[in-house]
Design a binder for this molecule. Structure first.
Ligand SMILES: Nc1nc2c(ncn2[C@@H]2O[C@H](COP(=O)(O)OP(=O)(O)O)[C@@H](O)[C@H]2O)c(=O)[nH]1
Ligand SMILES: Nc1ncnc2c1ncn2[C@@H]1O[C@H](COP(=O)(O)OP(=O)(O)O)[C@@H](O)[C@H]1O
Length: 197
C-alpha cells in the first residue's frame, strides 16, 4: 500500500484514545485522517454521523460484512463495530496518515491484512482510575460501564504480550502521554509535511 504508514490506536474504553487523537489531529491539520468506523451503538450527545462513526443498524452492517465491505469487524459491549475498506481508502487517497481506533480484536484482524500500521496501545494508569474516568465521562449506563471494565481487564492483559504493540503509552498525565505519542509519530508527520511543502 502506498502513502504514509497508518496508525492503530487501541486500548481500553476510557483510556483516552479519542482525547489524544483529537488533539493530535487539531494540532496537525492536514496531516492525519480518521478512519470512520461503522457501529450499531447509539450516538452520544455531540457525536456526528459520518464524522465520529457511521451509525448504522445490525442488519445493514451484517449485510456489508457479507458483501466484503469491511477489513475487520468485532462485537464489543453488545454492539458491532467495523472498519470499512472505504473508510481507509478515503484517507489514503488524500495521502494522509490514517488513524484507526479499534479494540484488541480489531488489532488481531488488522495484523492479518497488508495495512502495515504502527500499533500503539493507550493504557490507563490503573483499573480504579479507568473506572473513575469512565464514570465521570457520563456516557455509559451501569451495564455498558461494567461490560467496558470487563473488556478492559482482558485488554490490559493482552497488551502486555510481547509483539502485539509497537508501543504502550500509559495515559497518566495527559501532557506527558501526548508528548510521547507525538514523539513516536514525529517521523511520519514530518514525511507528510515535507511532501506537502
Ligand atoms: N474492532 C473495532 N473496534 C472498534 C472500531 N471502532 C471503535 N472500536 C472500539 O470499540 C470500543 C468502543 O468504542 P466506543 O463505543 O466509541 O466507546 P469508547 O471507546 O469508550 O469511546 C473501543 O475499544 C474502540 O476502540 C472498529 O471499527 N473496529
Ligand atoms: N490523562 C488524563 N487525565 C484525566 N482524564 C483524562 C485523561 N485522558 C482522558 N481523560 C478523560 O477520560 C475520559 C475518557 O477518555 P476518552 O478519550 O473518551 O477515552 P477513549 O476514547 O479511550 O474511550 C474522558 O472524559 C477524558 O476527558
Amino acid at each position: 500500500m502506498s502513502g504514509p504508514r497508518p496508525v492503530v490506536l487501541s486500548g481500553p474504553s476510557g483510556a483516552g484514545k479519542s482525547t489524544l487523537m483529537k488533539r493530535l489531529m487539531k494540532e496537525h491539520e492536514g496531516v492525519f485522517g480518521f478512519s470512520v468506523s461503522h457501529t450499531t451503538r447509539n450516538p452520544r450527545p455531540g457525536e456526528e454521523d459520518g464524522k465520529d462513526y457511521h451509525f448504522t443498524t445490525r442488519e445493514a452492517m451484517l449485510e456489508g460484512i457479507e458483501n466484503g465491505d469491511f477489513i475487520e469487524n468485532a462485537e464489543f459491549s453488545g454492539n458491532l463495530y467495523g472498519t470499512s475498506k472505504a473508510a481507509i481508502e478515503d484517507v489514503q487517497a488524500q495521502n494522509l496518515i490514517c488513524i484507526l481506533d479499534v479494540d484488541i480484536q480489531g488489532v488481531r484482524r488488522i495484523k492479518e491484512t497488508d495495512l502495515n500500521p504502527i500499533y500503539i496501545s493507550i493504557q490507563p494508569p490503573s483499573m480504579e482510575i479507568l473506572e473513575k474516568r469512565l464514570r465521570d465521562r457520563q456516557t455509559e449506563t451501569e451495564e455498558s460501564l461494567q461490560k467496558r471494565l470487563e473488556a478492559a481487564r482482558i485488554d490490559m492483559e493482552l497488551s502486555k504480550e510481547p509483539g502485539v504493540f509497537d508501543v504502550v503509552i500509559i495515559n497518566d498525565d495527559l501532557e506527558r502521554a501526548y508528548e510521547e505519542l507525538k514523539e513516536i509519530l514525529n517521523e511520519e508527520i514530518k514525511k507528510v509535511q515535507e511532501a506537502q511543502s
